[in-house]
Design a protein around this ligand. Structure first.
Ligand SMILES: [Zn+2]
Length: 249
């Protein structure tokens, strides 16, 4: 099981999201229950374990620590004034809007030259928030692997040509906010894309693919020159999916 703690920045994003969606303020106890309800399944075992004092989970302790940091950064009204209600300041609202902001962008680069991508992919307002993905990044990764699945080696041929899918390791949307760059993308067949997205498969830093349901190794991820996969993203994916699969009885 993963021993990683959820990054403070991620906790901050979650907290800002909850505060923004709840009209700018929530009582402390409500912040705790909302965080658990919305993001509990993303917490690692390490997050859920108790602090040394043993009176609260590490993730909640770190969230409260983050709240103080946000107060120092003037994103939240000081606790002394808000009397147990966590409240966004105007600057806090601005941070929340940055998370929600929708920006349409045009992306079209068909040639397989590694594109820069976007560290913070823009979001477009539809009925819900939808991430505008860079087709250039997806096309680059698929082309450099010649549409061969990095897990099983399958190359699907359709009447319209070879077909593969670009799978983001750290998802783009809320609450993950992964970057839309080649290092955060795998070239996979549709089956392995689904299994990877749902956390049935995880990938180690040395690129060994493991089926979490059986514990079996599926071998090493296929690599291609010019496509370095970000180990931080793989770690994040493992962390998010460490608890998805219940132990078999
Ligand atoms: Zn495959």
């Amino acid at each position: 099981m993963a021993a990683e703690l959820t990054a403070q920045q991620v906790l901050r994003t979650w907290l800002l999201t909850i505060l923004g969606e709840r009209g700018g303020s929530v009582p402390t106890a409500r912040a705790l229950t909302e965080m658990e309800r919305r993001y509990g399944k993303l917490l690692s075992e390490e997050d859920q374990s108790l602090t040394r004092r043993g009176d609260e989970s590490k993730w909640w302790n770190r969230t409260r620590f983050e709240r103080k940091d946000m107060e120092r950064a003037k994103l939240l009204v000081p606790a002394s004034e808000s009397r147990g209600v966590w409240t966004l300041t105007e600057a806090g609202w601005e941070e929340y809007r940055k998370i929600e902001r929708a920006e349409e962008v045009e992306v079209a680069l068909p040639v397989p030259i590694q594109p820069v991508g976007k560290e913070s992919p823009s979001r477009a307002e539809v009925t819900t928030q939808r991430v505008v993905r860079s087709t250039a990044v997806a096309d680059y990764v698929k082309q450099i692997h010649d549409y061969i699945c990095q897990i099983c080696g399958t190359r699907l041929i359709t009447p319209k040509g070879a077909y593969a899918e670009a799978a983001h390791i750290r998802a783009l949307g809320q609450p993950h906010f992964g970057p839309d760059v080649a290092a955060n993308v795998l070239c996979l067949c549709p089956n392995h894309h689904v299994l990877f997205d749902f956390g049935a498969l995880v990938i180690s830093d040395i690129l060994i693919v493991t089926d979490q349901r059986s514990g079996a190794s599926l071998g090493r991820l296929r690599e291609a020159p010019g496509h370095e996969m970000g180990r931080d993203f793989l770690t994040y994916h493992r962390m998010c999916n460490a608890r998805v699969v219940e132990p078999q009885v």
